[in-house]
Design a binder for this molecule. Sequence first.
Ligand code: SME
Length: 178
Amino acid sequence: MSEGILLEPVARGTLLPEAARVARLESALPQILAALEGETDEVAIQATLACLLWETLPQANWCGFYRRVGERMLAVGPYQGGMGCLRIPFERGVCGACAREGASQLVPDVRTFPGHISCDDATRSELVIPITVAGRLLAVLDLDSPHLGGFSAAEARLLENLMIQAFAQAIHPSPGMG
Ligand code: SME
């Protein structure tokens, strides 16, 4: 299956009203899960999610993963958007806060978040979601938007559920990745 998913085309950078964003995400979710069906390779799952969530979330200017590569260290994984920082310690940024706390971080205005790491000066809001399997943090999903309030609590809840379902069958780490 390589056709992507069926969604109404929306120009990159558009912030749809919240109800339309939730409806778009709800219509994408079963298609995303169908695309991932049977896949167990962690990197294949992350790369496909980065691609399909980028299509689903036109308000995003960055969409991808930071993987846990040490006790308190994240390294960038598959993503869409401009170049991201390569490494983020647990002590830094919104991604670090998510990794430390094991809880989603919804930041409607990054200027109000002490220690926010700016990879793109255009970014105004951010949502970071933990991916935890058997109580251990494996990675975080990071979403950035050039709009204030680019993501809502309802979108966060839907994406949290997607992460649980998408990574339930994943093998950690992927065979051959060391
Ligand atoms: N803003 C993030 C860093 C990652 S990039 O934006 C892609 C943070 O504060 O953790």
